[in-house]
Design a protein around this ligand. Sequence first.
Ligand SMILES: Cc1cc2nc3c(=O)[nH]c(=O)nc-3n(C[C@H](O)[C@H](O)[C@H](O)COP(=O)(O)OP(=O)(O)OC[C@H]3O[C@@H](n4cnc5c(N)ncnc54)[C@H](O)[C@@H]3O)c2cc1C
Length: 424
Amino acid sequence: MNSDTQGAAIPASADVLIVGAGPGGSAAAAHAASAGLDVLLVDAAVFPRDKTCGDGLTPRAVAELERLGFGDYLGKRPRIDGLHLNGWGADQRVRWPSSVFGTQGSAVARTEIDEQIRALAVSRGARMLQGAKAVDVEMDGDRISSVILTTPEGRSSVAVREVIVADGVRSTLGKVLGRQWHRDTAYGVAARAYVDSGRADDNWMGSHLELRGPDSELLPGYGWVFPLGSAGGGLVNVGVGALATAKRPANMQLRPVLEHYAEMVRDEWQLSGSPHRLTSALLPMGGAVSNVAGRNWMLIGDAAACVNPLNGEGIDYALETGRLAVDLLLENRGPAGHTDSWPTILVEHYGPAFSAARRLAGLLTMPKTVPILGRPGIRSARLMSMVVRVMGNLVTPDDKDLIARAWRGVGSVSTRVDDRPPFS
Ligand SMILES: Cc1cc2nc3c(=O)[nH]c(=O)nc-3n(C[C@H](O)[C@H](O)[C@H](O)COP(=O)(O)OP(=O)(O)OC[C@H]3O[C@@H](n4cnc5c(N)ncnc54)[C@H](O)[C@@H]3O)c2cc1C
């Protein structure tokens, strides 16, 4: 079979089957193929495919893409210095705080960057099937022995040694394996569209913390404008997002709110024409899922709810968990498999920060909290720099400064008092 095909014969077996070719699955496939593993990457869609997203890349995502060899590619894309935060009559330009991840963010449309990572995986030796949906598994005791795929040609079974499930927010194969998403902690609902802009080459991401609806009512959400550069067609990605919990669902009509927000930023961002390709989606967040692994399978990226509860970014986590999952495969922990080791790794890397962030995000779903914190907060450059560091997921376990220690401290207390800590 060709290594990159749609509608080709389905192979009988693969050492590592990766379900989903978003940033998580494709990064995992690239790392695994580079390590010499026999990889089959499958996706229900045919690429290039769109994915509802803000297209924003934090310095942490850029660092992970550079690790995959995309440094030159990103050199031709917007170099984003930080966030331009707005709200309550004030604004602050906050540079990405310097960290091990560097100080440059970027923004690239998902139709493009996902295709790039997918093609990289194939060029490194992964076989790929497009238009192939993973719908079921066959078990041999507690191991997945085969994954069942459906394609326009019919149903087939692929014998597997290991499975990485990177099938995104709804994670249909994850559900078959017992994945449960808990919406009692914060989750997101968000919409995005594209608009032509005279400022597509800007070096700042616009972010509005005071979001108003068409009747000027304050909404529990935020708006963004991410410039995609001339190489991105002179467009900006404009979007709105809201946090919700099962108790306080976001009763927001996303389309009119997004259209209203685009009008609000029209002059500032020199927008021309109407927002187009408007789509919306849910975001699982903060590791709010259980059953993330079994003996020979692991969930990564959105499937494992690896999304920052404070701003909805998940590309860096998808890329990172793809790499970490392959590291674990290569360690070969013997008969115990990944059932305990994968959640342990996820908790080590993200548990405390997710626990603290989703607690804070839960507070932000209360209508009065946003103006109480936002109005004075946005006037303090120091506080906003701290917020961007935490929101951008730029605190690492090695950081020894006061803010990092305080954030980690809050995280570990928060995890201890969680009814259901992340990934459990
Ligand atoms: C409106 C919105 C704005 C966002 N903005 C940002 C942002 O600016 N920056 C950021 O970092 N993150 C952002 N995110 C989050 C980000 O989009 C996700 O975290 C990221 O896409 C996760 O990558 P993934 O590889 O886990 O999953 P996905 O990118 O969703 O990829 C999953 C893939 O699996 C395939 N698939 C699904 N089911 C099956 C199946 N059964 N068999 C085979 N294939 C299957 C799908 O076709 C898809 O290609 C945003 C999300 C939303 C909704």
